[in-house]
Design a protein around this ligand. Structure first.
Ligand code: HEC
Ligand code: HEC
Length: 445
């Protein structure tokens, strides 16, 4: 079956190439062959992301089907600074949004080692100039002890967060005894997928509020009516429906314009030879595919690769050696075998951010590749017995390191993520931030 599929695909590509007068190069053939040898379960087409708007092809939660109007509503709400009513200080009210820490131009990551929403000011060009506001105490800040995850390809995550603690199904089957208030995971008892669950928690955690009055004030009521006609009116304008709309929007975030995606769909000129060599290493010699797989090159498995924690950067607030987040999945499950294991994150548009791994310990993709190549752990707290067997020296040459870095930097890079931003939000506020300094820096009135 596998061989048959690849022969068909191979023939299709050959045929389309002949039509376009683009012959397959040695680099293309080599990459096809390497991808064909990955695993009998995985075929070439399983890496192709769906086209924008073709929702039948997206990873969905059956309890929250994607519709165009719901995605549109979520697209507003994700950026809506008007939701920030529950700031701890008056001066912080309505100054932040989800996108404060998940900035599209930063691959939906922040522009700093650690995201800070309520309690910080500034945006700079792309989030890099956000810093603590002097009137806030450190313990008043909305900030977490791990770098915010990218939200691209998040639809492929049944269990969200670095520890996978959200979501009733998938990897969390059998963890029911840990769905407790103290761990912030009692939400899982609703039986929803990770995204829908986490975003309910996230809206509370990030000090946001929505009810009928707010929806009316900004003009969102008709959109809620169109998106949730089946939900009784008394429940229609709530944190729950806000989470559902935002989740539907987040499921739509796929970097399908990246050169690698174009190449997969038959445009043999979309990638450079160096990117193709890099991809060949990714799927072959370097073994990245052992962990980063599927359309989002992410995975619902958890591995320890021994990277440093966020407090070790020395510039992160409200975290330290005792932060439960440092324990990874083990901090959620309380099982020794899960300690220091983190979810395999998606890796498209990484070039947008200079902060890599959950503790922002690396500053360039080349450093990331070198870390995997050397396979020497940098965090002494991590129990070596839990380190993944896939984390082993790769013997890559300097040129191979360059090619693999190139594949990450430009081959897996969608240059057009702006399409996922609204032109304006209905409150008329500035976004993603609405504090005075951010407004000044973004030229928003
Ligand atoms: C203060 C910064 C901050 C703000 C504001 C913020 N996030 Fe996050 N987000 C994070 C951090 C940090 C993580 C990773 C947390 C962890 O895993 O421990 C994260 C993770 C996530 C994830 C999980 C992704 C995955 O692959 O598992 C989702 C989904 C998410 N955020 C959605 C949202 C939504 C929706 C909002 C607005 C309601 C929001 N975030 C606001 C910092 C932020
Ligand atoms: C053992 C499984 C495994 C293998 C093999 C692996 N990765 Fe990862 N990768 C992970 C995990 C887990 C993380 C997150 C670790 C953390 O932050 O604690 C990660 C993080 C990353 C990140 C940073 C993502 C972010 O959001 O900061 C990049 C980039 C990356 N890997 C690329 C690669 C490349 C390139 C290879 C091949 C050389 C590779 N990985 C091999 C498991 C793996």
């Amino acid at each position: 079956m596998k061989i048959f599929t690849s022969i068909v695909l191979f023939a299709t590509v050959l045929f389309s190439c002949q039509n376009d007068q683009t012959p397959l190069s040695h680099y293309d053939t080599q990459l096809f062959q390497t991808m064909d040898q990955i695993d009998t379960e995985i075929d070439f087409s399983s890496f192709i992301l769906p086209e924008d708007g073709d929702y039948s092809q997206f990873a969905q939660e059956p309890l929250n089907p994607m519709t165009p109007v719901k995605v549109e509503l979520g697209k507003f709400l994700f950026f809506e600074t008007g939701l920030g009513a529950d700031a701890v200080q008056e001066v912080g009210k309505f100054t932040y949004s989800c996108a404060t820490c998940h900035i599209p131009a930063k691959g939906f990551m922040p522009g700093t080692v650690q995201g800070i929403a309520d309690g910080a000011i500034g945006f700079g060009t792309n989030g890099e100039a956000r810093s603590k506001f002097h009137l806030y105490d450190e313990d008043e800040l909305d900030t977490q002890g791990a770098r915010p995850l990218s939200l691209l390809n998040v639809g492929y995550m049944t269990n969200t967060s670095w520890s996978g603690m959200f979501g009733a199904g998938g990897a969390n089957e059998g963890t029911e005894d840990q769905w407790i208030v103290e761990k912030g995971t009692d939400i899982n008892h609703l039986g929803l997928a990770g995204l829908e669950s986490q975003n309910i928690e996230g809206l509370h955690l990030h000090r946001m509020h929505l009810d009928k009055e707010v929806a009316d004030e900004y003009g969102y009521t008709p959109l809620f009516d169109a998106a949730f006609p089946e939900i009784p009116e008394e429940d229609r304008y709530s944190i729950m429906t806000t989470s559902f709309a935002i989740s539907a929007y987040l499921r739509s975030l796929v970097p399908n314009q990246a050169p690698f995606q174009k190449w997969l769909k038959g445009d043999m000129n979309a990638m450079t030879n160096s990117e193709k060599e890099g991809a060949n290493l990714f799927f072959g010699k370097a073994g990245c595919i052992n962990c980063h797989t599927g359309p989002g090159l992410n995975n619902q498995k958890f591995f320890a690769i021994g990277v440093k924690d966020l407090y070790e950067t020395g510039v992160a607030f409200a975290t330290g050696p005792d932060d439960r987040r440092n324990l990874g999945r083990g901090g959620f499950t309380s099982r020794a075998e899960d300690l220091y294991k983190f979810k395999v994150p998606q890796i498209y548009n990484m070039a947008n951010s200079p902060f890599y791994f959950h503790g922002s310990s690396k500053r360039s993709l080349r450093e990331v590749v070198e870390y995997f190549n050397d396979a020497v752990i940098e965090n002494d707290n991590v129990d070596k017995n839990n380190i993944s067997a896939f984390f082993r020296p790769l013997d890559l040459t300097e040129e191979e390191i360059t090619d693999l870095t190139q594949f990450l930097e430009t081959g897996l890079y969608d240059p057009n993520l702006d399409r996922y931003m609204p032109k304006q939000i209905l409150s008329g506020n500035c976004f993603p931030n609405n504090d005075l300094l951010s407004k000044f820096q973004t030229g928003c009135e």
